[in-house]
Design a protein around this ligand. Structure first.
Ligand SMILES: *[C@@H]1O[C@H](CO)[C@@H](O)[C@H](O)[C@H]1NC(C)=O
Ligand SMILES: *[C@@H]1O[C@H](CO)[C@@H](O)[C@H](O)[C@H]1NC(C)=O
Ligand SMILES: *[C@@H]1O[C@H](CO)[C@@H](O)[C@H](O)[C@H]1NC(C)=O
Length: 450
């Protein structure tokens, strides 16, 4: 194992997340119907015939309806949700929800589509649900990400976040996620009569880890699936390119829960994989394995920490069966079109959850395919640390695109000791923290309010 000064920070965060998920194990007064019970999530009859991105239902949540950590209402101008038509990984119609946040003094020509690291095979962990006030802390990681969204809102940008796993909670299914992200943007841009957003607003994407899986698949599917969308930039951090690499990396470690959640997520989309997995599970371990279908990220981390998938199945080389191999192959990012959207990618060299190498290789492939990418390799951070320290560079990139700063065509990569010390990063990072504190205090979120 390598050692790095950021390691204690990663552990501190991890333990915090576990502690918060424990707190939620206590019964909590439910004020929001869960997606499985809420009729809003059910598409109306005949929705299949609508174009992808069509709004099927909409609702206005109100200005203080979303909350950080369930308890701190966010003071924005308004929040909306749309159920919209999308397409799953098999090409079948599906419907899912996106949440749109509008800050005070918003610029209706700027939208960031931010994907969270839901990392769960349960629809009850969808951002549209766990970001709502009073929802409890089971979605604590997603709720923490609301603070990143706040710093975007503080700049006056509209922000939307999609329930990109679709109606079946297909965690790790890249094509589902990519379609859902692109269709959410279509839905949001068509919502102007309700939300005042301009239909030709400039759009950008951001996501880290599971969120980068979704936003990253959106960038490579956009040329074929949503070529009419003009997306001017995307920031992808800790990008999961090869699911099998993560399966191997997390076994026996603190993030071992990603394996049962990920496999259940894939099986939710691919019935033949579900049948295969069921056939190789050790009977007395089935219940514990399927429990992942009910757990959000932090809860699954707690449930399965330091376990190995090998102890659940009858064949240790379970990924090598033809059905598993085929689906894992199809799930590798970087094999669809080369993105034409300018990209900012950042990745920790010693990422212990999402190994560096597949992302580094995809960067090279995309570059030889003509992509425009700025790539930063971070030497000291690891997965969770870079999620936080890498945010400043990502925000600077998004800000430059909105300001119209020209991108350097083609690819460039650099290595940094830690992203936090990059030019301009500390200032932006300080603002992230400042914005988060103000948001937690319930101060109005948007430019010109402080
Ligand atoms: C709003 O955003 C558009 C597109 O980025 C930009 O051209 C315009 O200057 C912005 N308006 C303000 C007041 O910042
Ligand atoms: C907005 O327009 C859509 C159709 O384009 C319509 O279905 C919806 O009712 C309108 N909403 C409002 C608030 O006017
Ligand atoms: C997944 O990774 C493991 C460990 O590196 C390897 O043995 C296995 O063959 C891989 N499976 C696939 C489908 O690539």
């Amino acid at each position: 194992m390598f050692s790095s000064p950021s390691r204690p920070l990663a552990w501190m965060l991890f333990i915090c997340a576990l502690w918060m998920s424990l707190v939620t194990a206590a019964p909590h007064a439910k004020v929001v119907l869960s997606p499985s019970k809420d009729p809003f999530y059910q598409p109306p009859k005949g929705y299949e015939k609508e174009h992808p991105g069509t709004i099927l239902r909409s609702r206005t949540l109100g200005p203080k309806s979303l909350a950080a950590f369930s308890a701190f209402p966010q003071n924005i101008a308004n929040a909306y949700q749309f159920l919209y038509r999308t397409t799953d990984a098999l090409g079948n119609p599906d419907a899912t929800v996106t949440t749109l946040m509008v800050p005070h003094n918003a610029n209706a020509s700027r939208l960031v589509s931010y994907q969270v690291m839901q990392d769960s095979a349960s629809n009850d962990c969808n951002p549209s649900h766990v970001l709502q006030k009073g929802e409890g802390l089971k979605g604590v990681i997603t709720q923490a990400e609301l603070l990143f969204m706040d710093t975007l809102l503080e700049r006056g940008w509209y922000v939307n976040t999609a329930d990109y796993e679709g109606s079946k909670a297909s965690f790790t299914v890249g094509a589902m996620a990519g379609h859902a992200v692109l269709d959410a943007i279509r839905a949001v841009l068509a919502s102007g009569n309700l939300t005042a957003i301009k239909s030709d607003a400039q759009v950008q994407l951001w996501g880290y880890s599971g969120g980068a899986l979704a936003s990253g698949w959106a960038t490579q599917l956009q040329p074929s699936y949503a070529s009419e969308l003009k997306i001017i930039g995307a920031a992808l951090g800790g990008t999961p390119v090869d699911l099998n690499a993560t399966l191997s990396a997390v076994g026996g470690g603190p993030f071992a829960g990603l394996a049962p959640s990920g496999i259940n997520g894939l099986a939710n989309q691919y019935p033949e994989l579900a049948a295969y997995v069921d056939s190789i599970l050790i009977p007395k371990k089935k219940k514990a394995f399927y429990k992942a279908k009910d757990l959000c990220l932090a809860q699954a981390a707690l449930q399965y920490a330091f376990q190995n998938m090998d102890s659940y199945v009858t064949r240790p080389d379970y990924t090598n069966a033809p059905v598993a191999k085929k689906i894992l192959e199809e799930s590798v990012m970087g094999r669809a079109d080369t993105p034409t959207i300018p990209l900012f990618m950042y990745h920790a060299e010693h990422d212990e959850v999402v190994p560096y190498k597949p992302a580094g290789n995809m960067y090279k492939d995309w570059c030889s395919g003509g992509a425009t990418i700025e790539f930063v390799k971070d030497e000291l951070s690891e997965h969770i640390v870079l999620f936080i320290t890498g945010a400043a560079n990502a925000i600077i990139y998004l800000e430059d695109r909105f300001k119209g700063v020209a991108v350097h065509e083609g690819c460039s990569s650099r290595t940094t000791v830690t992203s936090l010390l990059d030019h301009g990063a500390i200032g932006v990072f300080g603002k992230v923290i400042w914005d988060a504190l103000n948001a937690l205090l319930g101060l109005p979120i948007g430019p010109g309010n402080l």
